[in-house]
Design a protein around this ligand. Structure first.
Ligand code: GLU
Length: 287
């Protein structure tokens, strides 16, 4: 029988904004296999109400059952957790670590291309590193349509961190991945913790939800590798446990491009409709 300390709890956390494709199948089965003999959970990441559809949520369950996966009920839904996200944001605001931001993408691009800035724009996990235009603003002056950003420099000061390090235990066991405070400030920057009109962002919600679900091993694609540094910072500030991490490879198309939801040709439902067996599909993904 497995010893309690060795039993993993993992999760697959799709957004119901389109049909699942081969990349999702790979992510979900990776999470489920690494949980075994522990627990594999499903979480629905549906904070972007304008893009989420109930029919895609139904299809997620159908596709995952077809792949042979199962998970406990009830399923956590981010749209039901807005008060939790709000409380965490209020706590970060009391600590003086967040600020309201009214910049649109075009404003950020314009600020970054202004000649007086004299620096080459750096791309972070969410796109160009935010130039700090609104950093002087205070939360008491926030407007309803503002986004809320983390002041990463203050956040690192608050936890007295000169660097953030984590292990990716399966791919590079025993070798911590590190990023210095200076690199985090320059290369990740003030990320959004609440998107305009949404009450949270991926970064804030994922940290709170993984803790609430007691996830011990977060498995997700390598594209989210840099985001993990942000998540460790938030976990430390909010007093949440840091799970273990495994960033897996991404499934690419023949041209080497990462699969996206719009590549409907690779939707799992189409393989199912064509009579492909789940076993053959998993085999083609290397399982
Ligand atoms: N909803 C996110 C995605 O589909 C989940 C990321 C994660 O597992 O942390 O990319």
């Amino acid at each position: 029988m497995a010893c309690g300390a060795d039993v993993n709890r993992t999760r697959f956390a799709p957004s119901p904004t389109g049909p699942l494709h081969l990349g999702h199948a790979f992510a979900a089965v990776t999470a489920a296999r690494l949980a075994d003999p522990g627990e594999f959970l499903l979480r629905i990441e549906d904070i972007d109400r304008s893009r989420c559809r109930p029919e895609y949520e139904d299809l997620i369950a159908t596709d995952l059952h077809w792949l042979g996966l199962d998970w406990p009920q009830p399923v956590m839904r981010q749209s039901e957790r807005l008060p939790v996200y709000r409380t965490a944001l209020e706590r970060l605001a009391r600590l003086g670590l967040v600020y309201p931001c009214q910049c649109r993408r075009a404003d950020i691009r314009a600020a970054l291309s202004a000649p007086q800035e004299g620096v080459t724009p750096v791309t972070g996990p969410d796109g160009p590193v935010y130039p700090g235009t609104c950093r002087h603003r205070r939360m008491q002056d926030a407007r309803p349509d503002d986004a809320i950003r983390l002041n990463i420099e203050r956040a690192l000061d608050h936890i007295q961190a000169h660097e953030i390090a984590f292990l990716d235990e399966i791919v590079t066991p025993g070798q911590p991945h590190r990023m210095s405070a200076a690199d985090l400030i320059g290369g990740v920057g003030d990320v959004v913790l609440a998107r305009r009109g949404m009450g949270t962002s991926y970064h804030l919600a994922v940290v709170l939800d993984d803790a609430a679900q007691g996830i011990t091993l977060v498995t997700r694609g390598k594209d989210l590798f840099e985001s993990t540094y942000i998540h460790l910072i938030l976990q430390k500030i909010l007093g949440l446990p840091t799970p273990r991490y495994h960033h897996h490879r991404l499934i690419r198309d023949a041209a080497g491009k990462r699969l996206a939801k719009r590549d409907d040709a690779r939707a799992l439902r189409l393989y199912r409709a064509e009579g492909v067996s789940p076993g053959d599909l998993l085999h083609s993904l290397g399982f």
